[in-house]
Design a protein around this ligand. Sequence first.
Ligand code: NAD
Length: 361
Amino acid sequence: MNSGLPNNISQSTIEKTDSANTAGRLRKKANLAICVIGLGVQNTQNHIPALSNSDNAELCAVVDSDPDKVFNWAQELNVPGFLSVEQMLLQISPDAAIVAVPHDQYLPIIANLAAKGISVLKEKPLARSLCEANDIIRLVSSSNIKLMVAVQRRFRTTSLMFQEYVKLIGTPRFIEVRYTVNVGTRSEGWRAIKNTSGGGCLIDMGYHMIDLLVWYFGLPDAVAASFSCKAFPDILYEAEDMAFIVANYKASGLACNIVISDCLAPKSESLLLMGTEGSLALQRDSLILFDRNMVESQRFDTQLDNLIADQLEHFIQVVQGKVQNHCAPENHLQHVAFIDACYLSALRQKFIDPHDLINAM
Ligand SMILES: NC(=O)c1ccc[n+]([C@@H]2O[C@H](COP(=O)([O-])OP(=O)(O)OC[C@H]3O[C@@H](n4cnc5c(N)ncnc54)[C@H](O)[C@@H]3O)[C@@H](O)[C@H]2O)c1
């Protein structure tokens, strides 16, 4: 980090870097040394605090392409800071990395980490397209690394309970998925541009709901979608702020209706499954069982505080080979196929089978 440094990363940071490296060498051997790549909202508000509180991992470096962020966070956290993954890898060898960057920046970062055998907790989505998902899968399978896609809703107790309680509602007939929030404005950064983000609310926040849908029910056989990006007329953006999707499962006859939006109030997050004997509603912080007349019969609340920490501990165990990686790239290929099928469906104005897109690769 001492060659080609921007002027605002000073010698004192480099000295901190040296002492932090020494601290890194003194870390408990069993602990994973994890670097954090991308110093935006998700890493600074969620992953770094979880890492700081973990007994099984230690933060060993921070990386961001923005020199001010690197300078400030390296000082704040007393770890070495780097302006790129390449620069970091010249000096240190982390055991693993948590990567949260704009969606178009992941591939070269993962390629560099995979080449050095460094496992990755990658923020969702797996990829912007099936083509990119394939590249990531190839990188991971040709190296010896573990890559886990971060979808923290899987770590709610109620998300796990859903799979048990589904047995109480008879034959599933209909799924309604809804995730709406009004962000109040429109990002003019990487999220607004389709090429850098891969899309809007569907691939961004909607990815969590697609994850639950595919995890519980598998990949639908037909999807039809329509999108809108007109909520903020004064701002030019091309990534959708509303997604309306119909999805069907051939074998079971199960039908699904999905509404995702980042410009729609009130705030809501739910996956409702209606069955012949009752219904089950998985909401952001609860699971509710309804009887046949939609009268609430049981309700379970869940704590959301520890999801990121629980996900991190799971990732550590995945890296150590102690547990199975149920968020591996192969598992998330279906999510990307679903999303690609939605965008293609809107373009062609017809139902698309996401399996066909996977088979055509
Ligand atoms: N799991 C969740 O609930 C959740 C929530 C928010 C964001 N995310 C995901 O986290 C990721 C990042 O989102 P965010 O909101 O933190 O974005 P952000 O824009 O706040 O931060 C991105 C950071 O990456 C840095 N960066 C850009 N290119 C880089 C590169 N090549 N190398 C290193 N750093 C680079 C930027 O300077 C910025 O600091 C996205 O994949 C997003 O979908 C997940």
